[in-house]
Structure formats: C-alpha cells, structure tokens
Design a protein. Structure first.
Length: 151
C-alpha cells in the first residue's frame, strides 16, 4: 500500500486524512515523510491517534468531522468504529443490504464539523487528500470550492 501512495505523497508534502479512524493510513503517510492533518470525529479514535504518535511534529489531529458547512451534525455511531458515519442514507442502505447485519448504528452523537475549505485556510492546500467516511464523501466534497491536486 505504501508504494501506491508514493505516487501522491512526497516527503514534506501536506496530506489530509479525512476519516482517519485509528491511523492505518496516517502511519503510511508519516512513513513517507508527509505532514499529516488527521481528521476524526470519534473520541476514542482521536485518543488512539494521539497516543500512537505522541509529540509527532508532522501530525496534527483534529477531533471533528468534515462536511458541507461548518457547524454541528449527528453522527451515527456503529458498533464497529469503521461503520460510524454522518450519512443516514449509508446506514439505511447497509442495513437493507444485509452487508453489515451483525452491526448496528442505533446511537447518535453530536459532533463538530469543519469543511475542506476551512482546513485549507488553516493548513494550506494538501498534495493529497484521503477521504473515507462511509457514504458521506459527497458532503465532504461539497465543502470544497477550489481544486486539489489529488483526492
């Protein structure tokens, strides 16, 4: 997987990891020498990210979701952290498909939301932006009004 990302990520380059979860891709991006902004709304995942790389100067962890507008939103909390989403459509579609029938998203939690535009204003234009947010990807991209080199 690391060799795949070398086409997009260079040492010192900026990467946004939207939906960082517990940092599987963060680890790769850091190993490639990138500066990483990892965005994750799940508090326990944020704790894992911060404890995996304490004091890492090339990593900034943001405890928020990314969406179409700055504000607050309901997050559907899955029994598995990889199934948590802000997309009610995705939750309903996966339930109807039976794909994750052993897991449920019955609980909701209010989370802070930022936008890609706001992140760019704060951190700069990323060379690469990874987005993995369980069906909420169109909403994440709706908060972007300028082109990115690679998504």
């Amino acid at each position: 997987m690391q060799s795949f990302y070398t086409a997009f990520v260079r040492p010192g380059g900026l990467v946004f990891d939207i939906g960082a979860n517990v940092g599987n891709r963060v680890e790769i991006f850091l190993d490639l020498g990138a500066r990483v902004v990892a965005v994750e709304p799940q508090a326990h995942c944020v704790d894992v990210l911060r404890s995996r790389w304490p004091g890492q100067p090339r990593l900034k962890v943001i405890a928020k979701a990314v969406g179409p507008v700055v504000g607050r939103a309901s997050m559907y909390v899955g029994e598995a952290d990889t199934l948590t989403t802000l997309s009610s459509r995705w939750t309903e579609a996966t339930r109807a498909s039976g794909r994750f029938s052993a897991y449920h998203c019955e609980e909701t939690q209010e989370v802070d939301v930022t936008t890609l535009d706001r992140m760019i204003d704060e951190f700069g234009v990323p060379a690469f932006c990874k987005i993995d947010v369980e069906g909420f990807e169109p909403e994440v991209l709706a908060g972007l009004t300028r082109p990115l080199p690679s998504v």
